[in-house]
Design a protein around this ligand. Structure first.
Ligand SMILES: Nc1ncnc2c1ncn2[C@@H]1O[C@H](COP(=O)(O)OP(=O)(O)OP(=O)(O)O)[C@@H](O)[C@H]1O
Ligand SMILES: [Mg+2]
Length: 393
């Protein structure tokens, strides 16, 4: 069919033509934002899941919601390279438009002065005040160098000013697993300060599975302060919605068999569903997509997936890390005993602990529970078995 009109365009963080199966979570997030706006408590929503299940697009949904409502929205992606606080300073700056809608109040100027000192402390933009006169403003320095103190000061000042306007600021943090322990700890104690003062700041986060443990690790019992939602693959009905709705909207149709086939080959993983839907559309000849079209698209989709999704992961690994990953893959999909992986790798858990740790750091594997190891990317095991011959290892 017409490639130009293809509604499917998979990509990292690219909103799908139809966001299927996430209505309840979207509602949870919006309720949390609106409760915060009213000064009512709501635990921050933290979405976790494997690679490509749609965490980033969910955060994007909340951002769009806030922008539509003219609420403040500061959305940041944490990275392994750091720089989270600087990005936050930058995003907070743009989110402060909400304070300027009428002329800036004293609280607004204080928020701006605090943000300016915070920004300077983290090596951010010095001209954050945009020419506003901040002389003789009474504020607390937010560049003491102590992450928890600085974060708390800047967000409390901003929260007070946003509250005065009757608005809310939503802070979205993607890839929470890449925050440093210090940043995570600072954020957790800031959340307590915000909640205690009933300030209208809503936080939504997303990251790889096991965030619950990283949060508990950063601060004991802190996991109780969050509302965790684990997302995964889509049900067959949701795959139908994700695939059929955009096709029908584009004036075409798809058979039940074809939908079932896409659900089966992708195991319902959202990113893969988008890939298969895209390629199936491209190879289909008639206006109704049939199962044979899915079959014809499968080698194309697999090849693209290998190149764009899996190879990129592999290229970040050393040969020994690949060997360890291969050992894990031979045990099958899902969580595997860390001891079993080690013995498959021909050694003991203790001997390959640092290797395993590096793979966790690189975001390729995680520990779903004590003593277990699992890939963060669905079907990565399958990819390794297909492409990594033992002779090449
Ligand atoms: N609920 C959904 N229905 C249909 N398609 C979806 C859904 N969620 C995500 N997608 C599609 O899946 C792809 C991956 O989404 P996204 O980048 O948000 O995943 P992610 O979980 O953030 O992945 P990563 O862990 O790699 O950052 C995108 O192309 C997106 O359009
Ligand atoms: Mg993402």
């Amino acid at each position: 069919m017409d490639r130009i009109a293809n509604p499917f365009a998979p990509g990292v963080g690219v909103p799908p033509p139809e966001l299927a199966g996430r209505a309840a979570i979207v509602e949870d997030g919006i309720v949390s934002i609106e409760r915060n706006k009213r000064g009512l408590h709501a635990k921050p929503l933290v979405v976790s899941g494997l690679r490509g299940v749609g965490k980033t697009v969910l955060l994007h949904t909340f951002r769009v919601y806030c922008e539509d409502q003219h609420y403040g929205a500061a959305f940041i992606e944490a990275t392994e390279q750091g720089g989270f606080l600087r990005s936050l300073a930058q995003e907070l700056r743009s989110s402060l438009a909400v304070l300027r809608r009428a002329s800036l109040s004293d609280l607004g100027r204080r928020a701006l002065a605090t943000l300016k000192s915070f920004s300077l402390g983290v090596g951010g933009e010095p001209n954050i005040d945009d020419g506003v006169n901040l002389d003789e403003i009474d504020y607390q320095d937010a560049n003491t160098g102590d992450t928890a103190i600085d974060l708390q000061r800047v967000l409390v000042a901003i929260g007070e000013a946003v509250g005065e306007r009757g608005s809310v600021l939503c802070i979205g943090i993607d890839d929470v697993q890449d925050l440093s322990k210090d940043e995570l700890r600072g954020l957790i104690s800031t959340l307590q300060a915000i909640a205690a003062r009933k300030l209208p700041i809503a936080i939504v986060g997303a990251g790889l599975p096991n965030l619950q443990n990283s949060i508990a690790d950063a601060k004991p019992y802190a996991e109780r302060q969050f509302h965790f939602v684990d997302i995964g693959s889509l049900s067959v009905d949701d795959v139908r919605r994700a695939v059929e709705t955009p096709i029908v909207r584009s004036g075409a149709s798809i058979s039940d068999d074809a939908i079932a086939k896409i659900a089966a080959v992708t195991q319902g993983y959202p990113y893969f569903v988008q890939e298969w839907a895209r390629d199936t559309w491209n190879v289909a000849r008639g206006n109704t997509i049939i199962e044979e079209d899915v079959d014809a698209a499968t080698p194309v989709a697999l090849q693209r997936l290998d190149r764009d999704f899996f190879q990129a992961r592999l290229s970040r690994l050393t040969q020994r890390e690949i060997d360890y990953a291969f050992a894990l893959a031979t045990l099958g999909a899902g969580p595997q005993g860390t001891e079993d992986v080690a013995s498959k790798f021909g050694t003991t858990s203790a001997a390959c602990a640092s290797l395993r740790e590096r793979l966790i750091q690189k975001g390729e594997i995680f520990s779903p529970k004590t003593g277990a190891t699992q890939f963060t990317a669905p079907l990565f095991d399958d990819y390794l078995l297909r492409t990594q011959q033992p002779a090449q290892r």
